[in-house]
Design a protein around this ligand. Structure first.
Ligand code: NAP
Length: 434
């Protein structure tokens, strides 16, 4: 019987699914001891700080994570930062293998003039702000304007636009951070315009997200019927399944009778950001008007200016580099998850970039763990862990996390919320009993 010690860095979906795949790969002759290392005092990654709070069903996957964490061979080392508290070489020299599951946390930049103005934010900062991530609780989000422009046509842009366009009272029964609900309630925001640089058929939204829009109770959702019809003509009789589903869902949006709600969420296609203007803060955005000729999206040379006080770009992410791990093109430099000439592996967005839904990480992690298991005979035999390095450190173990979880859930109960998140690290540690 051999036991292998595996460190997983990052307690998000990809990390948990990697742990599950390891648990599923145990045999009579082979067991794994899994240590999951997480920078924050809370686990669950994007399920806690990314998924939109008005989508509680998606968050139920955390029950799967807790089952994985309850297995005897799993230990959580929360509040432990790689690069500060421990190094990658501490891990690679103590564990048989290290799985990097640190995701993609940096927002891609538009690279246009005015992007640094106050009121121009990346979804990579705005989303964790409304989700109560401790690093973003103090973010300045100027909501004292009536119009916001969201750049991008993916599900993150859709989440951001919807969160801004909902009546904030609708967020009361959710786990949105208290500071965000208070700021949104005080806000003058009434018009949110999502701008896609290509046509409706090119949008990266998924159809379930589009299908919920006509059901919003306090927001008028506007989309040009002419653009959706034009997209349907462009894609012809046999479009790809996802495109067909998206355009079908968009048709339903265009067919909905406009209501008199004071809040609107508007979709604009074929508009590419060129420049943001403003003296001390965002005052307007200039967008280039595109058109489609043949299969190509090209500029018409004309522009459109939208007066707004907030611009949020949701145009993708890249991974934050880690000392001791090769990075290329915004992710870990890897071959199908293997980092050549090392005992390091990558899973999730750190491996493949920011694509796919939470469930995608399950099959992805299982494939990487299969390669890791194949490699076991040639991996170094290391028999240590990080406990000796963290003797005086406030580690959040699974039982500490359970205390935090209970404190947050109990605080939510009387308010009809799934939880009230603690957004300050010290408060989280206090909940944990430190
Ligand atoms: P995404 O799906 O890749 O969408 C990025 C969008 O940004 C695309 O529409 C892209 O347009 C646009 N874009 C890129 N560069 C641009 C630029 N310079 N100017 C204007 N637009 C630009 O990325 P995401 O929205 O960040 O989502 C990441 C992943 O998480 C996706 O797989 C998504 O489905 C998933 N997710 C899922 C959910 C859910 O299931 N509810 C929620 C959130 C996220 P082009 O196509 O023209 O490049």
């Amino acid at each position: 019987m051999s036991q292998f010690r595996i460190a997983i860095v990052g307690a998000g979906p990809a990390g948990y699914f990697a742990a599950q795949a390891l648990q599923n790969s145990e045999t009579e002759d082979r067991t794994f001891a899994i240590d999951m290392i997480e920078r924050l005092p809370t686990p669950w990654g994007l399920v806690r700080s990314g998924v939109a709070p008005d989508h509680p069903k998606i968050k139920t996957v955390s029950k799967v994570f807790e089952k994985i964490a309850a297995v005897h061979n799993f230990r959580l080392f929360g509040n432990v930062e790689l690069g500060t508290d421990i190094s990658m070489s501490d891990l690679t020299s103590r564990y048989d293998a290290v799985i990097v599951a640190t995701g993609s946390s940096l927002g891609r930049k538009l690279g246009i003039p005015g992007e640094e103005l106050k009121g121009s934010l990346s979804a990579a900062d705005f989303v964790p702000w409304y989700n109560g991530h401790p690093d973003f609780a103090g973010l300045e989000v100027p909501l004292d304007c009536d119009t916001a422009v969201v750049i991008g046509a993916g599900n993150v842009a859709m989440d951001v636009a919807r969160m801004l366009a909902l009546n904030p009272a609708e967020l009361d029964p959710t786990d949105t951070a208290d500071h965000a609900i208070a700021a949104l309630k005080k806000s003058a925001m009434r018009r949110v315009i999502l701008c896609a640089r290509r046509g409706a058929e090119h949008a990266a939204f998924t159809s379930p997200e589009l299908r919920e829009l006509p059901k919003l109770e306090h927001t008028n959702v506007l989309m040009s019927a002419a653009e959706v019809e034009a997209a349907l003509l462009r894609v012809g009789a046999e479009p790809e399944k996802d495109v067909k589903n998206n355009l079908g869902a968009m048709e339903l949006i265009t067919q909905k009778e406009p209501t008199s709600h004071e809040r609107t969420l508007e979709f604009e296609f074929l508009l590419a950001p060129i420049e943001i203007h403003g003296r001390d803060r965002v005052e307007e955005i200039v967008l280039g008007i595109n058109k489609i000729e043949g299969n190509k999206v090209i500029s018409t040379g004309e522009t459109k200016t939208i007066k707004c006080g907030l611009v949020i770009s949701a145009i993708g992410y890249s991974a934050e580099p880690i000392d001791g791990v090769p990075f290329a093109q915004g992710k870990v430099d890897n071959n199908d998850g293997r980092v050549p000439h090392s005992n390091i592996y990558a899973v999730g967005w750190a491996k493949r970039g920011p694509s796919g839904v939470i469930g995608t990480n399950k099959s992805d992690a299982a494939e990487v763990v299969k390669l890791l298991v194949d490699d076991l005979p040639v991996l170094p035999k290391n028999a240590g862990d990080v406990s000796d390095l963290l003797k005086s450190h406030s580690i959040i173990t699974q039982s500490h996390w359970e205390k935090i979880n209970i404190a947050e859930v109990s605080a939510g109960e009387p308010l009809g919320k799934p939880r009230v998140k603690a957004v300050v690290k010290e408060e989280l540690l206090k909940h944990a009993g430190y």
